[in-house]
Design a protein around this ligand. Structure first.
Ligand code: SF4
Length: 467
């Protein structure tokens, strides 16, 4: 997943592209919608407290809840499979499809299938797979990865989408949203009706009755779960809640935090395959429960991140995500949550570097519906990276020197004076540093830095006090 270009290089590339100009306005509009939805709900903060309690208590006894879920699901003819890693999950899913003689699959939006690179595995087995979520469909046509966990093509304008449809589908160019929707519908409808397998993710698995909850806004998820004869739902093992009442609480905070909606347009509860007398639904329902690093995260100092319900609010509000967009992270999980999830799932090397893309301003914690202490977890990942010897030499050396100097008042004053002296040659007449050499260049390439003052604040304060 991590490309040959290191994170700083990817950030430079992102900053030089058009992506930030497209990402920031949409991300900010999500922030405004979430704020309005929170204000409109008189007990939203209490609801968040309940959602957090549900998620944390479930994680504390995850094995028990998973076993209950599996028993209840199997009691209604759902087949439950356990996958230790991505390779095993793909083997199971491809195996189910091939055993049924399937040739084509339609997919609903699912981050865990992105994580395990399921499309690549299906295609390697000669299965034709079509993404049916509009954003995912466009990303698939464009040959790109999603850049946001709920809005896969946040980095694209409608003009970009018009060009993709012209180049990849041979449609006359349009950037009218209704016409673009109609084009996508025309191309997707036939695939729903002829697909052999429908594959979706899972927002929540309900332990008490083995139900799988899926939310969406387009209706493609409902088609995917009902039209093909086989439905395979792929679930990260942490996505369990104990009861339907708990699911209602979590779905309530999820929709409001994600898009500002009181509830998603479609909330699908899938409870076993088609029952006698049902007008539609699959003949077979499979749930593939994926570990792929989650057990290791559960036993670690960043276990709290498994409470995440993938609403995307922390991405939207993050000033770094707004500036660099999702592709710079080079992970399925971007932004603050991705910077904790990615090293947890795939290891510190190289993923701990993502945790440095944060000002630790705390905006992510403020909006998180589960009140996850994301800044603390980011700091924890940074510390783990440093302990593992992954900090660049200049940073480790610089911090150790800073530690010594800041603990010694005389040294501190001496260095303060030296910095102010050096700044005289580097700053402009307005007192700002605009071009620093060496590692300082990383800062001044994109913004200015106030030059250290000849007389530091402490001295001026003393003078004022003495006056
Ligand atoms: S960490 Fe919180 S805010 Fe971020 S995606 Fe997960 S639930 Fe949403």
């Amino acid at each position: 997943m991590s490309g040959p270009v290191a994170f700083l290089g990817r950030i430079d590339r992102a900053l030089a592209s058009e992506a930030p100009g497209k990402v920031a306005p949409t991300a900010r509009s999500f922030v405004a919608k979430r704020a309005a939805a929170a204000d409109a709900h008189p007990q939203f903060d209490e609801l968040r407290d309940r959602a957090r309690a549900i998620r944390m208590e479930t994680l504390a006894e995850l094995d028990t809840h998973l076993a209950r879920f599996a028993d209840a699901a199997e009691a209604v003819e759902t087949k439950v499979h356990w996958a230790a890693d991505a390779a095993e999950a793909n083997r199971i899913i491809v195996g189910i499809a091939l055993a049924a003689g399937a040739r084509t699959a339609v997919k609903g939006k699912s981050m865990v299938t992105e994580e395990i690179e399921l499309n690549e595995a299906l295609e390697a087995a000669d299965l034709e797979v079509t993404e049916t979520d509009l954003g995912e469909f466009i990303a698939q046509l464009a040959g790109e990865k999603p850049s946001h966990i709920i809005a896969p093509i946040l980095h694209k304008s409608r003009q970009d989408v018009g060009r993709v449809f012209t180049e990849e589908l041979g449609e006359p160019y349009t950037d009218d949203p209704d016409e673009l929707n109609a084009i996508a519908q025309r191309h997707l409808r036939q695939r729903f009706l002829t697909a052999d397998v429908g594959i979706t993710g899972v927002n929540l698995g309900v332990a008490e009755n083995g139900t799988v909850a899926l939310i969406e806004n387009e209706g493609n998820g409902r088609f995917t779960t009902t039209a093909p004869p086989i439905h395979i739902a792929v679930m990260g093992m942490e996505r369990i809640v104990p009861t339907m009442a708990d699911a209602a609480v979590v779905l309530d905070v999820l929709a409001r935090s994600a898009t500002g909606q009181p509830l998603s347009v479609y909330t699908n509860f899938v409870h076993g395959p088609r029952w006698p007398g049902d007008p539609d639904g699959p003949d077979e329902l499979h749930v593939v429960v994926v570990d792929n690093g989650r057990s290791a995260t559960l036993g670690s100092a960043t276990a709290e991140i498994l409470g995440c319900i993938r609403c995307g609010a922390c991405l939207n509000v993050c000033p770094v995500y707004q500036s660099i967009g999702g592709h710079a992270y080079d992970s399925v999980y971007q932004g603050p949550v991705g910077s904790v999830v990615s090293p947890g799932l795939w290891g510190l090397d190289p993923w701990s570097e993502l945790s440095h893309a944060s000002t630790l301003c705390g905006a992510c914690r403020e909006v998180c519906p589960i009140r996850i202490e994301i800044p603390d977890l980011l700091a924890e990942v940074r510390a783990q990276g440093v302990e593992a010897g992954m900090a660049p030499g200049w940073l480790a050396g610089g911090i150790s020197r800073y530690e010594k100097v800041s603990a010694d008042a005389k040294k501190w004053r001496r260095y303060e004076g030296l910095a102010a002296f050096g700044a005289r040659f580097l700053s402009g007449s307005d007192g700002w540093l605009k071009r620093l050499p060496s590692v300082g260049k990383g800062w001044t390439d994109h913004r200015d830095l106030p030059a250290p003052k000849k007389k530091p604040f402490r001295d001026r304060w003393e003078e004022r006090d003495g006056a």
